[in-house]
Design a protein around this ligand. Structure first.
Ligand SMILES: CC(C)(COP(=O)(O)OP(=O)(O)OC[C@H]1O[C@@H](n2cnc3c(N)ncnc32)[C@H](O)[C@@H]1OP(=O)(O)O)[C@@H](O)C(=O)NCCC(=O)NCCS
Length: 194
């Protein structure tokens, strides 16, 4: 079993097709009968999507994408990473594959020089991410979308929590500025809440 790391757009076609199958299992596309989406990249290339795939003998067991963007918060600029499309193949869930991959993503973000990682997840998944080293930011709201069309994580009907990792000395020093705040990430329209 190995973790394959490569830009989303450069993922070998066989692995990319499998990743799309996993994503379609978790987030079924469109109404019934609509044509399947082509197995190309799903993320905005401007966010430099980097795929991490847990592969066993050519079979993708779990996958996620790291998206990156510079953000400004409380008057300071940070290189931020987000976790997106975290998914484990249905028939091998509950075996620690997801935890291994989101833990590796944290290490990858730090190793690549990002100041911090920030993302939201459904409330029941908080302990899953915490078990891989991510920390909960109480009261923090990520504001996705764009400045013109914001997409906040506290929209009516959403029950999201914000998770973070602080990597650089700068980010570690400033970490108190994040809980209880609204954090404008604005990743765009394609990955509205990355
Ligand atoms: C969430 C997901 C990636 C977890 O993958 P996995 O490989 O099954 O996770 P792991 O086996 O590493 O689980 C680690 C822990 O998280 C818990 N966990 C996993 N999925 C959970 C869920 N949906 N709700 C609550 N807890 C969950 C497990 O019970 C396990 O806890 P334990 O060690 O105390 O038993 C997988 O359930 C999945 O693909 N879900 C559909 C897509 C999705 O919701 N992605 C997350 C987007 S934020």
């Amino acid at each position: 079993m190995q973790i394959v790391t490569c830009p989303e757009a450069a993922t070998p076609p066989d692995l990319r097709t499998q990743v799309r199958e996993l994503q379609d299992q978790a987030w079924p596309p469109g109404p019934a009968g609509s044509p399947p989406a082509p197995p190309g990249p799903v993320h905005d290339p401007a966010l430099q999507p980097l795929s991490l795939l847990l592969v066993d003998d050519g079979r993708v067991l779990a996958a996620l994408d790291i998206l990156t963007k510079d953000i400004e918060h409380a008057g300071r600029r940070y290189a931020a990473g987000g976790l997106s499309t975290v998914v484990t193949r249905q028939d091998v869930r509950g075996r620690g594959h997801g935890r291994r991959l989101v833990g590796q993503a944290r290490a990858t973000m730090a190793a690549r020089g990002l100041d911090l990682g920030l993302f939201t997840c459904d409330r029941p998944l908080r302990s899953f991410y915490e078990s891989a080293g991510w920390q909960h930011l109480p009261g923090a709201v990520l504001v996705g979308g764009t400045a013109q069309a914001p997409f906040p994580s506290d929209r009516p009907g959403f029950d999201k929590v914000t998770m973070a990792g602080f990597f650089s000395p700068r980010a570690l020093r400033d970490r108190a500025a994040f809980p209880g705040s609204r954090i404008a990430v604005h990743p765009g329209d394609i990955d509205a809440l990355w």
